[in-house]
Write a protein of this length. Structure first.
Length: 343
């Protein structure tokens, strides 16, 4: 009896020792990220700027400007391709706009002030040259930065946006802000993607969008105050056409041809507003306003310097092809982007 108990105890000790010896190999060397840390910078006037700097110091810097009424942490909506971004050696920087998230609302500030804030952050980070990436309602702010800092801009990438935002037709009375403002108390409605959106293929994407809407309009205790959003939409119209005629760089445009925001936009609108830029126009037939996320893979490749090359998935293989080669293929033969889409 005693011998049996001894053998049982010894066996248990041997198992525990084996498990203990295996344990160190499974322990992590660091913590997993919960997303980038929001940092603060105080201007000479005492105003606080909130920004995110996500990436290694020597990587290619990209200033990202999120959509209408978003906080600095809207950058998290790009994190479903964060590994790809890191592999391409891209460093993302974004600066929070007036009144959203952690940033106090000041009704006296305009787009020019935001461009100055971006410049202040870039100088603080000792960044000279950089690329710009603007989506949706962030497009006009991106244009304002490009206009101010054009000599430092390496390339511009505009997705699901238009240089017509803020001009006469767009600012007609029937485009009021109340439709958006009424949704601020309901983040799931303000930042909800339609069931048809490809982004539902990305696990957790929609929930991250809901969280972003809640953060942008409630974080400081502003309780869905519509004033910052109404101010931002009014700025589009008061700013009017932003002068980018002197901007000489590569300009990539990503346009869903079924995007209601871009209805009646002339084909040459970008060339008219950026006459000195080399323009790469990427049209996506039948796609809507979510091209800014659905084709983030292509945008990241463009940011990394792939020029006109296009990412496709054909017969289960991912490859880069030229626009000429793409035209020779039937749309049934391939899909745009990574093979994970619709897999």
């Amino acid at each position: 009896m005693k011998l049996a108990k001894f053998v049982s105890t010894l066996a248990a000790l041997m198992i525990n020792t084996a498990l203990a010896s295996e344990l160190p190999n499974s322990l992590p060397n660091g913590f997993d990220s919960l997303g980038p840390t929001v940092k603060q910078l105080t201007t000479e006037t005492g105003r606080q700027i909130h920004y995110v700097d996500d990436g290694v110091t020597k990587a290619h810097p990209v200033v990202f400007t999120g959509g209408l009424g978003t906080s600095v942490r809207a950058i998290r909506l790009l994190d479903f391709l964060r590994t790809m971004r890191q592999d391409l050696n891209i460093r993302m920087i974004t600066v929070e706009r007036n009144g959203f998230g952690q940033t106090q609302f000041n009704p006296d500030l305009d787009m020019a002030d935001y461009a100055k804030d971006v410049e202040y952050v870039l100088d603080h980070l000792d960044i000279d040259h950089f690329s710009l990436f603007g989506i949706s309602g962030g497009g006009p702010y991106t244009a304002k930065i490009a206009s101010r800092l054009h000599k430092r801009v390496l390339s511009i990438h505009m997705a699901a946006t238009s240089p017509l935002i803020g001009q006469a037709d767009w600012c007609s009375p029937d485009r009021g802000t109340s439709g958006y403002s009424d949704l601020l108390a309901y983040p799931m409605q303000f930042f909800g993607f339609p069931k048809s959106s490809s982004m539902h293929q990305v696990e957790g994407f929609q929930d991250t969008a809901f969280e972003e809407a809640a953060r942008a309009h409630n974080l400081r205790g502003q309780s869905a105050d519509p004033a910052p959003l109404e101010h931002e939409m009014a700025l589009y119209c008061s700013e009017g056409a932003i002068d980018t005629s002197h901007v000489k760089t590569k300009l990539f445009v990503y346009r869903g041809q079924a995007d209601e925001l871009l209805t009646n936009e002339p084909n040459d609108v970008w060339q008219k507003h950026y006459p000195k830029a080399t323009i790469f126009l990427r049209n996506y037939p039948g796609e809507g306003h979510d091209v800014q996320y659905r084709h983030l893979d292509q945008i990241l490749l463009d940011l990394s310097g792939q020029n006109s090359q296009i990412l496709i998935c054909k017969d289960g293989d991912q490859k880069m092809i030229s626009p000429v080669a793409q035209q020779k293929l039937s749309p049934r033969e391939y899909k745009l982007g990574l093979c994970q889409w619709d897999s």
